[in-house]
Design a binder for this molecule. Structure first.
Ligand SMILES: Cc1ncc(COP(=O)(O)O)c(C=O)c1O
Length: 477
């Protein structure tokens, strides 16, 4: 019976047949996505896209580029919030998935295993910090964090967890409990008990929490995604040392920083970290399939999965599914065969060299910072003071960064993001295969937008005032 999804078609030899065709569906309903999503899913999100002018109809994506329905090419400066490290629609990963579908593998016998989870666990541990020797698969970043919280508390036999102010670890309840921004949590209290937050880069505060020897886990991002905050050089090794001293497990959230983002396979390598637990997700599947994993010491794992009875105390129905596992294997192969980790380090240096001069050139630029291809520019009130700036910021904190991403998108076809709620930081997480010309495209465009803002203060401020008046802006870290 033909219906909303099933179409009746002529099929050679069979006469008319009812069939589902994704191609037909997408061709027939092309361009309806925003309206449908607004009607049936999240109207406020669609409203924000429309107000900001980000309501493009996207048609295709490849590598570091997105193409709209008119064929206009956009540079992807946010990389799907950092999940397209190997580039969008990566051919190697796609081929692996096509092979997998053609092979009709068993995927999840559930009482049984296919070959792929073991193969991906083996491959992951070859690149993981040497301190980790087990892999627990989950479906997303926040699930990896949930697993870390749950297993660490059980393994340590202690109730408390310490996390870091301004940290981000996902939006489910456990992960939200260790979120470092009170505003993000306010509507959802009470959350997990026994959580303490300490400032990032503050060892004395960490020591004061850990010294009671009742903390199971200290969890931190190596580089904070919100605002791209870099650790001071000795901070992470010293934090790890404190954890060892007080019997606290040391957990590093590499969901965003993993898989070459910061110029090493995992960011912890910059400081020679040996964490007890590492969370990964995002780019592990090349951006095709939801995936996540907790990499951990076998001593922590085995303290929880400590008997046959407890062999399934944590897991999730879809977790080690063949699509995610195959995509993960192909992604790791792709990172290796194209030397994308070293490429990220090299291009990150080039990006800093192209953009650091903006600090001298523009009063409104406070700092440019980055590690590999995790990059940010921070704006602030011009040094000689600006009443207009203060007025706008009082009305809508972080509005200037919003004002920059708009023209970057509309006039220069670059999709970028602000790095968090109410902060004046524009952030970059481009797919790692970007080349020098992409960096030049971005750096040149950014300079022009900042020049315009400087030359046309009235128009700029008029736009910002309008935006400030209309928008409760909140577009992810
Ligand atoms: C450091 C970090 N941890 C956890 C998460 C949550 O990941 P997911 O969105 O896959 O749940 C994110 C997402 O941005 C993240 O950046």
């Amino acid at each position: 019976m033909a219906g909303i999804l099933v179409t009746t078609r002529e099929k050679e030899g069979d006469g008319k047949v009812d069939d589902f065709s994704l191609r037909d569906l997408l061709a027939e309903r092309a361009g309806e996505g925003l309206d449908l999503y607004a009607r049936h899913s999240n109207p406020r999100f669609v409203q924000i896209l429309r107000i900001l002018g980000f309501d493009r109809q996207w048609a295709r994506a490849e590598g570091a580029y997105l193409f709209d329905r008119n064929g206009t090419k956009f540079l992807d400066w946010l990389g799907g919030f950092g999940m397209y490290n190997v580039g969008r629609n990566n051919a190697t990963v796609r081929r692996a998935l096509e092979d997998l579908l053609a092979l009709q593998t068993p995927s999840l016998p559930q009482l049984g295993l296919s070959d792929l989870p073991g193969l991906l666990a083996e491959a992951l541990l070859q690149v993981a910090p040497a301190s980790t020797d087990r892999v627990l698969f989950v479906n997303s970043g926040t699930e990896a964090v949930e697993a870390a919280l749950k297993l660490a508390r059980a393994a340590a036999g202690r109730p408390r967890v310490v996390a870091v102010e301004n940290g981000f670890h996902g939006l489910t309840l456990g992960s939200l409990s260790v979120n470092g921004s009170p505003a993000a949590k306010a509507a959802f209290e009470p959350l997990l008990p026994g959580i303490a937050l300490v400032p990032f880069n503050d060892l004395a505060a960490l020591d004061a929490e850990l010294r009671h020897e009742d903390v199971a886990l200290f969890l931190t991002e190596p580089v904070q995604g919100q605002g791209v905050v870099l650790p001071e050089p000795g901070y992470l090794p010293a934090a790890q040392e404190l954890c060892r001293r007080y019997g606290t497990l040391f957990g590093v959230d590499e969901v965003q920083t993993g898989f070459g983002r910061t110029g090493t396979m995992f960011a912890g390598q910059h400081w020679g970290l040996e964490p007890d637990l590492v969370t990964v997700a995002k780019s592990l599947s090349g951006g095709y399939v939801p995936v996540g994993a907790l990499l951990l010491r076998s001593s922590v794992h085995d303290a929880v999965f400590d008997s046959l009875e407890h062999s399934t105390v944590h897991g999730s129905t879809f977790a080690p599914n063949d699509m995610a596992m195959a995509a993960g294997l192909a992604t790791l192969a792709e990172l290796q065969s194209h030397d994308l980790v070293a490429h990220s380090a090299r291009l990150g240096d080039y990006l800093l060299a192209r953009t650091r001069p903006l600090v001298e050139a523009f009063e409104v630029v406070k700092e440019v910072r980055g590690l590999g291809l995790m990059w940010a520019i921070e704006f602030g009130e011009p040094r000689r003071g600006s009443r207009a700036w203060r007025l706008l910021e009082a009305r809508q904190p972080g509005i200037f960064a919003q004002f920059v991403i708009g023209p970057l998108f509309r006039e220069h076809h670059i999709l970028s993001q602000v790095a968090g709620h109410s902060i004046n930081v524009l952030k970059g997480l481009p797919p790692l295969p970007v080349d020098e010309s992409d960096i030049d495209w971005f750096a040149g465009a950014l300079e022009q937008v900042l020049e315009q803002a400087q030359r046309l203060p009235r128009a700029a401020l008029g736009f910002a005032a309008h935006a400030a008046a209309t928008l409760p802006l909140r577009l992810r870290r």
